[in-house]
Design a protein around this ligand. Structure first.
Ligand code: PEP
Length: 250
């Protein structure tokens, strides 16, 4: 039985005070949380938010890490540095990183390698852009992302990874995938892991949906058998919306 996971990707939003306030509002409701909750603030707020989450069941992650181990890479943050702060999760392959920072499948594989080396749990994002969906090429596109970034890892390594299916056309657009579209893609992804690894391995793999998830559509999306929760962007910036999404998952 897979536990539901609800993750909030705060992106480059909030300032120190509002990030701390949002974390406190979520912690105030942690008694009622039955799912796993993860928060992904900006790097600069990680330590402050982590201190707020300290004694709670809510976990924290970074939105990115370098594909390099350490050294002369100005402006980068390494997996080892994140681990030294006590960070547990890291987003890898978010479509905004792919699009604006030219992060390709091969680089993402390097990031996964280094995150796993330092015992961070990656949330690996995959998903097709609009023109690929319009041409009905979404399955081949996502399969290629999985093959080029993930399928070189062992089952033991992948058991530390969470998959987030995030169709690019649904991110920040208010246009979520329908329950049928999400269901089909999640079942497809699970089938690929079953083929590559095993049925029992694939049955344990958490696959989150991301893309304009909100309190109105969450329940329907979470009723799909292969949808194990959500990576939430915009709606995670508002405590009552984020808590309503959490509520919809339990
Ligand atoms: C995201 O950025 O991962 C995301 C899903 O954003 P939104 O919920 O705003 O579409």
């Amino acid at each position: 039985m897979r536990k539901k996971i609800i993750a909030g990707n705060w992106k480059m939003n909030l300032d120190l005070q509002t990030a701390a306030g949002l974390a406190k509002d979520i912690v105030a409701h942690e008694g009622s949380l039955k799912c796993e909750v993860l928060l992904f603030p900006s790097f600069v707020f990680l330590e402050s938010v982590k201190n707020i989450l300290n004694k709670s069941k809510i976990n924290i992650g970074a939105q990115n890490c370098s594909h390099r181990e350490n050294g002369a890479f100005t402006g980068e943050v390494s997996a080892q540095q994140l681990k030294s702060l006590g960070i547990e999760y890291v987003l890898i392959g978010h479509s905004e990183r792919r699009e604006h920072y030219n992060e390709r499948n091969e680089i993402l594989k390097e990031k996964l390698k280094i995150a796993l080396k330092y015992n961070l749990k990656p949330v690996f994002c995959c998903g097709e852009p609009k023109q690929i969906r319009e041409a009905n090429g979404q399955e081949d596109f996502v399969l290629n992302q999985l093959k080029e970034s993930l399928f070189g890892f062992s089952a033991t390594e992948i058991s530390n990874i969470i998959i987030a299916y995030e169709p690019v056309w649904a991110i920040g657009t208010g246009l979520n995938a329908t329950a049928e579209q999400a269901s089909n893609m999640h079942a497809f992804i699970r089938k690929q892991f079953a083929k590559k690894y095993s049925d029992s391995f694939s049955a344990q793999l958490p696959i989150l949906y991301g893309g304009s998830c909100n309190p109105s559509n969450a329940k329907e999306l979470f009723s799909c058998p292969d949808v194990d929760g959500s990576l939430v962007g915009g709606a995670s910036l508002n405590a009552s919306d984020f808590l309503a999404i959490i509520q919809a998952s339990q």
